[in-house]
Write a protein that binds this ligand. Structure first.
Ligand code: PGA
Length: 324
C-alpha cells in the first residue's frame, strides 16, 4: 500500500459510507454527488489493493480488510478532532486571563513563577493577588481566582490541595541579640522575649499559636507587626525576635540569624489549591504543568516537594473523581 496516496479525504468518505451503509446516504451527508463518492471509494480500493466493501442485504458492509482500514481511519480522524480541540484551547491560553492569589509568605516565589509562565504564554492577562491567609480564604470563598497558594488551606471538601514547596518556619533574631550566640535553645527559654507577631488572620501567626497551644505555653511579651518585611526589618533593628518563613530570609540580605531552637523549623508546605468546578480550565492545567518543571529549577530539589512531578496527573484524576 502506498501511504502517500491515502488522503484524509478518502478516509472521511470511507468512514461515512460504512456508517451509512450506502453510497447515496453518505453522499448526502458529505454534500457530494453519488458518482463523486463512488470514485473516491474506487481510488481508496486501488490504494489499499484489497476489496473493502461488500453488499450484504441492502447494506454495504466492510470486508475483513475494510474493518482494519475502518479501525485506523476512525483513530486518525478522532486524533485530528482532538488536535483541533487542543488547538482552540491553546488559542484560549493565548488570550485568556489568569488569576492567582497567594499568601504573603509565597510573595517571593509567585512573581518568579509567573514571570516564566508569562513568557511561555505571552498573550495571557495575569493577575497576582497577595494577602494573608484570611484574606486569601475570603477570595477563595468568593471564587475570585483560578488558583491559590496557601500553607494552611481551609478544610473544605471541594478543594484540591497539592503540596508543591517546603515552607520551613524558623525563629529569627538580629545577629547582635544575646540568644544569637547560643548553640542550642529550647523554645521555653524564649517565652520571656519580645515576639514580633503577624496580625490575626495570618497563617504564620496561626502556625505559631497552634505550636504554643500544643506545648501549653503562652508568650508574655508580644508586638504586632503587619507584614513579613516589616517584621524582618524590626527584628534586624533589635526590636525583638520572630517566626518567619525561611523563604522571607532567603529573599533578603541575610542580615538576620536563625536561632537553633529544638523542634524548629516548623515544617510547613505551600499547597497549590484549586476549587472544584465542572470543567478544569485549560489555564489551570497549563500552570500546574509549568510549575512541575519551574519549581525545581527555581528553588532546587531541597525545597520542591518530592511528588511535585505528579501534580498535573493528580489534578486530572481529582477532576475525574469530582473531589480532591
Ligand atoms: P500569612 O502566610 O502569614 O501571610 O497568612 C501564611 C501562610 O504561609 O500560610
Amino acid at each position: 500500500m502506498d501511504k502517500r496516496l491515502l488522503t484524509l479525504r478518502l478516509l472521511q468518505v470511507y468512514v461515512e459510507v460504512v456508517r451509512q451503509g450506502a453510497v447515496g446516504k453518505a453522499a448526502e451527508r458529505l454534500f457530494l454527488t453519488q458518482p463523486a463518492v463512488s470514485l473516491q471509494l474506487r481510488k481508496l480500493q486501488e490504494v489499499v489493493g484489497q476489496p473493502l466493501l461488500e453488499n450484504r442485504g441492502r447494506m454495504l458492509q466492510p470486508t475483513a480488510a475494510g474493518k482494519e482500514l475502518l479501525l485506523s481511519a476512525e483513530r486518525v480522524l478522532a486524533e485530528l478532532d482532538d488536535l483541533s480541540t487542543r488547538l482552540s484551547e491553546v488559542e484560549g491560553l493565548a488570550r485568556g486571563q489568569f488569576n492567582l492569589a497567594v499568601v504573603t509568605t509565597a510573595q517571593y516565589l509567585a512573581p518568579q513563577l509567573l514571570g516564566g509562565f508569562a513568557k511561555r504564554y505571552p498573550g495571557l492577562d495575569i493577575h497576582l493577588n497577595i494577602g494573608n491567609r484570611q484574606q486569601v480564604i475570603t477570595r477563595l470563598q468568593e471564587n475570585r481566582d483560578h488558583l491559590y497558594i496557601f500553607s494552611q488551606p481551609p478544610r473544605q471538601a471541594d478543594l484540591f490541595c497539592f503540596p508543591i514547596v517546603h515552607n520551613p518556619l524558623v525563629v529569627v533574631a538580629s545577629p547582635q541579640h544575646p540568644l544569637a550566640k547560643q548553640q542550642a535553645l529550647d523554645f521555653s527559654e524564649l517565652l520571656q522575649e519580645r515576639f514580633l507577631l503577624r496580625e490575626a488572620g495570618s497563617g504564620t501567626r496561626l502556625a505559631l499559636e497552634t505550636y504554643l497551644q500544643e506545648q501549653g505555653w503562652m508568650l508574655t511579651n508580644s508586638l504586632q507587626v503587619e507584614s513579613n518585611e516589616a517584621i524582618r526589618l524590626s527584628v534586624g533593628a533589635g526590636l525583638g525576635i520572630a517566626i518567619l518563613s525561611r523563604h522571607t530570609l532567603e529573599a533578603s540580605d541575610h542580615s538576620l540569624v536563625e536561632l537553633p531552637v529544638r523542634g524548629f523549623p516548623l515544617q510547613q508546605h505551600w499547597y497549590l489549591v484549586w476549587r472544584h468546578q465542572p470543567t478544569l480550565p485549560r489555564v489551570v492545567m497549563a500552570f500546574a504543568q509549568f510549575i512541575e518543571q519551574a519549581v525545581p529549577e527555581l528553588l532546587g530539589s531541597a525545597y520542591a516537594e518530592a511528588d511535585l512531578a505528579q501534580l498535573s496527573l493528580a489534578l486530572t484524576s481529582a477532576m475525574k473523581r469530582g473531589s480532591g
